[in-house]
Design a binder for this molecule. Structure first.
Ligand code: DC
Length: 230
């Protein structure tokens, strides 16, 4: 069967990573979490003293880009993969509030985006890939055969994020998480380079009132139709 490229874009904490990973697992595709790549570069900047007073030293980070490689471990039997920063497993560190708080300013730097977009395109060369992010259907793979734009209200997304972080043992305040989500939405949709926007040919999935199994059915349905039409 013909392998396609599936692009899943949407707001932060809209549940797109979970659904993209589950879809890839179910149809035997490779899954790439592009947000994890921006998070890994942010962790690199934090660890190398390139952030002070909430500001990123852009020149230092741009100069270091050739030394920054981001990759993923192969998916386990449950479809879960870990993010590697220069070969080191940083899956846990990149999900911290510290990284979440700095990732948007890092992701607005055009050179960082070019570096990661080139890597993302190389992952898609063999097709048979599900990639989630903000600009996958618009910039990384404008020719993707299936494009989904995931939408959900900031409050619902904050609730889900608090639950997820609590399950991981991080004690967080709902207000702080909601503020972080709203701030990231603003930066993601207002940046000059590849702002978060729905591709004209993307199908919208509003998952405010949907369970994970319902979303999966919705996605599988769209996938079957897309493959059928090819
Ligand atoms: O999906 P996420 O919350 O893990 O993404 C982290 C940040 O990375 C998010 O604030 C915006 C940025 N990002 C991006 O600019 N482009 C992408 N393709 C993916 C993520």
């Amino acid at each position: 069967m013909k392998k396609i490229i599936i692009a899943i874009d949407g707001y932060s904490s809209s549940g797109k990573s979970t659904m993209a990973r589950d879809l890839a697992h179910r149809i035997g595709y490779v899954y790439v979490d592009s947000g994890a790549m921006y998070r890994a570069v942010t962790l690199y900047a934090l660890r190398h003293g390139m952030v002070s007073d909430g500001k990123v030293d852009k020149d230092a980070l741009i100069a270091a880009l050739p030394e920054i490689s981001v990759s993923f471990t192969p998916a386990g039997s449950d479809g879960v993969q870990h993010t590697l920063l220069n070969g080191e497993d940083v899956e846990k560190e990149i999900r911290s509030m510290e990284v979440s708080g700095m990732v948007s300013p890092v992701a607005v730097i055009p050179e960082v985006r070019h570096h990661l977009v080139a890597l993302q395109r190389s992952f898609g060369e063999a097709r048979g890939i599900v990639m989630d992010g903000r600009d996958i259907g618009t910039t990384v793979f404008p020719d993707a055969e299936m494009k989904v734009f995931v939408d959900a209200s900031p409050e619902v997304r904050a609730e889900r994020r608090v639950k997820e972080l609590k399950e991981k043992g991080e004690d967080v305040d709902f207000g702080a998480v909601l503020a972080n989500i709203k701030e990231r939405d603003y930066i993601d949709t207002h940046r000059e380079e590849s702002p978060l926007t729905k591709a004209v040919d993307a199908t919208v999935l509003d998952n405010d009132n949907m369970t994970i199994p319902q979303q999966m059915d919705w996605l599988m349905n769209l996938y079957e139709h897309t493959i059928h039409d090819k």
